[in-house]
Write a protein that binds this ligand. Sequence first.
Ligand SMILES: [Fe+2]
Ligand SMILES: [Fe+2]
Length: 209
Amino acid sequence: MYKNMIKYIDFHDVIECLIAAVEARDKYTCGHSTRVADITLKIAEEIGIQGAALEMIHMAAHMHDIGKIGISDEILSKPGKLNALEWDTIKQHPQIGYNILTRSNALREIADIVLYHHERWDGNGYPEGLKGEEIPLGSRIIALADSIDAMMYKRPYKQPITEQECIYQIKINKGLQFDPYLAQIAINVCFQKQSFYYTFESFTANGAK
Ligand SMILES: [Fe+2]
Ligand SMILES: [Fe+2]
């Protein structure tokens, strides 16, 4: 009986529920993971990723910040700037996410993508300081999608920046924070293709924070 039930579970839906629970703690991050998943999907499709690999990267994007469930509300929702110790705590979220996801064998590859979503192309990211193509492709795509969402949407401590400023920030970080090839693809799909531009507009219209 349970086996039959499992056949009908849509894992994508279940994951969205789980992440909605994580984000319900903090109204300012509400919708962040869904937007990151949408942007990630567009970039991944544009470079020709298909089928199971595409689905895996998309799910990893939905869950990239799942580890924030292990960070205290005081730090997570702190309105002002974080001190060095608080930053060190926040920086544990990829590892916490990895520890959660590796409890399931089926999510092992997704766990790897989540673990490395704050690595940087130049090797100055965390948790391991991986460089260039040592960083899984899915993590490199999510890093871009995550930054674009952070720049384009309002947070308690900052206003969103303009589209032109966002494009500029991505360009100057090509080869530093971001994979240079993927950075250009991200600019194309997020800002220069009319269809996705309208997606941004509708997020704003829905009052996304
Ligand atoms: Fe993150
Ligand atoms: Fe994020």
